[in-house]
Design a protein around this ligand. Structure first.
Ligand code: PMV
Length: 314
């Protein structure tokens, strides 16, 4: 039962994994095969509010979403987990301030914000670990979107998944910058959920992924502790390319890259060869996320004049 007619909107930031979550050991609960580590996008994310209504309704960026729409059904199905079958109808208003032109997925911040809104609306007062575990069931990467800064999602060992939760790292890195390089904003043909399941089921190469991810996680912790940007960037880039290698080896093959993605990679490698320290990471889509430090920002902009720059630590 709702504690009030409505609650104040709640916000959750988007995040970008430096060590990716790729592959589930439990498809229903979204339990991962490997732990992952991300950096939050600070002020970029999702704001969500629940209120009492006479019918279930989902609004996205100020527009009502058709009830049979995939997005609306996912949102309502997630709310059903908490209000039960007899629960009264709700209105969900959700807004993404992630520039649509940046081509960033919003499921991570979306489910984290929805979880926080549900917690407030139904007065659940769940602790942060529970919030993270439940957000994870909406979308794996949402487990990491309850915190800002560096966040580690620990895979956990329990079958019920209640130890598969994200925790923030106690580290700041003010000089770190993320550049969003848009290649295409067209909706992808294969979402990350089916992409990772297909990879686990059909790619023999996937067998090496858990080892790569475990080693990269260690290297990232080390890089963050030492403020070693070279190690951070190299590890993140190799991790992303390793993940993509497993997808390419799936059947049917999964290649999220567009010609523009490959062109951008070559531009990054050229920049590095010319002494500009910039690295990239990519998720299940054609767009690139660049990693560099404030010091190199002007030089990186020279190669990517249109990129949007984010300072994750404000
Ligand atoms: O949690 P999902 O279904 O949004 O999957 C996220 C998968 C990647 O973005 C490719 C990697 C990650 O860790 O965010």
């Amino acid at each position: 039962t709702p504690v009030g007619e409505t609650i104040a909107p709640v916000f959750a930031p988007s995040n970008i994994a430096l060590c990716k979550y790729w592959g589930k050991r439990d498809v229903e609960l979204n339990l991962p095969i490997n732990s992952s580590l991300s950096i939050s996008l600070a002020h970029l994310g999702t704001q969500t509010r629940l209120s009492v209504s006479d019918e279930d309704a989902v609004w996205l960026n100020g527009e009502k979403v058709a009830a049979q729409d995939k997005f609306a059904r996912k949102v309502i199905a997630f709310i059903d987990l908490f209000r039960g079958p007899q629960g009264s109808p709700v209105k969900v208003e959700t807004d993404n301030n992630i520039p649509t032109a940046a081509g960033l997925a919003s499921s991570a911040s979306g489910f984290a914000a929805l979880m926080l809104a549900i917690d407030g609306f139904y007065g659940l007062k769940l602790d942060p670990q529970c919030l993270s575990a439940f957000a994870r069931m909406g979308s794996g990467s949402a487990s990491r979107s309850l915190y800002t800064g560096f966040v580690e999602w620990q895979m956990g060992v329990r079958e019920d998944g209640m130890d598969s939760i994200a925790l923030p790292l106690d580290s700041h890195w003010d000089a770190l910058r993320i550049g969003l390089v848009k290649v295409s904003v067209a909706e992808k043909a294969v979402d990350s959920r089916s992409g990772m399941n297909r990879t686990v089921e059909t790619a023999h190469l996937y067998q090496s992924w858990p080892l790569q991810a475990a080693a990269d996680l260690e290297r990232l912790h080390q890089a963050i502790a030492d403020k070693n940007f070279t190690q951070l960037g190299e590890t993140a880039e190799q991790n992303a390319l390793s993940m993509h290698a497993t997808m390419i080896a799936a059947w049917p093959p999964l290649l999220y890259w567009q010609p523009g993605s490959v062109a951008a990679m070559h531009r990054i490698w050229q920049a590095r060869a010319e002494g500009v320290e910039v690295y990239f990471t990519m998720d299940a889509g054609p767009n690139l996320k660049l990693l560099f430090t404030a010091e190199a920002e002007a030089a990186v902009k020279h190669y990517f004049p249109d990129m949007e720059v984010i300072a994750p630590f404000g």
